[in-house]
Ligand binder design. Sequence first.
Ligand code: NAP
Length: 257
Amino acid sequence: MSNILQDRHVVVTGAARGIGAEIARTLAAQGARIGLVGRDAAALQKTRDALPGSGHAVAAADVADADSVRAAFEALRAACGPVAVLVNNAGQAESAPFMKTSVDLWQRMLAVNLTGSFLCAQAALPDMLEAGWGRIVNIASTAGQKGYAYVAAYSAAKHGVIGLTRSLALEVARKGITVNAVCPGYTDTDILRNSVANVVGKTGRSESEALAEFASVNPQRRIVQPAEVADAVLWLCGPGAASVTGQSVSVSGGEVM
Ligand code: NAP
């Protein structure tokens, strides 16, 4: 791939750890300047300091809060220049049986996973329109492509991310900007480790039994690695994917097809 990301400003939300940190590393290795967003400034700085390349910056923000997002993008723009690529990765996955899903949990899941992607896209898009080139990649989930029991709020939010992806892709289709979603299956990060701990606590199963249960929904019978998700993001940013827009790429060993 030609180095299309060289010196471009790439904003990655939820970049301190997990999939977001891996995306930041992968795109930084292509010469991008990464703007790292998350709520924990110290954790962001630690991740930034370990990135390849130079010129990276951090901005602490809650993606669900409009003022916080606006301030973060202003600070990142001042440090790294206009935003060329946005990776909406920040997310949370709380589970509960449907009748025990409080309005508060419901709103929290929509706020961070869906409204956060909306707010960051609105903050980044003017730079892309001005440049006549841009990439928005939303990290949704297989839970945006199919249902799972006990995560109605998370799944509704991720389905919403896919709707946002499709509609915005059409709106900017003739502006040199693509908008796509990457949909990981169960991936080896804190979110999965918390879910495993939850199952162990609630059912008394061992950790390896609980992990095997999560892996069993993947036809390849394994847990996805963050680097596999990051590679899909990199491809969507590259010249070979210029015609790919409004799509939901499932990185899930064939769980969704
Ligand atoms: P993770 O390790 O828990 O990381 C989540 C990241 O999001 C953290 O860096 C966290 O940083 C940030 N974040 C959470 N709430 C935020 C907020 N309100 N504002 C700003 N940043 C926030 O989880 P992950 O597995 O890497 O998840 C990354 C994305 O992949 C999420 O959108 C998730 O839904 C999606 N996904 C994960 C899996 C999986 O099995 N792991 C599967 C499908 C989809 P702070 O807490 O420091 O703010």
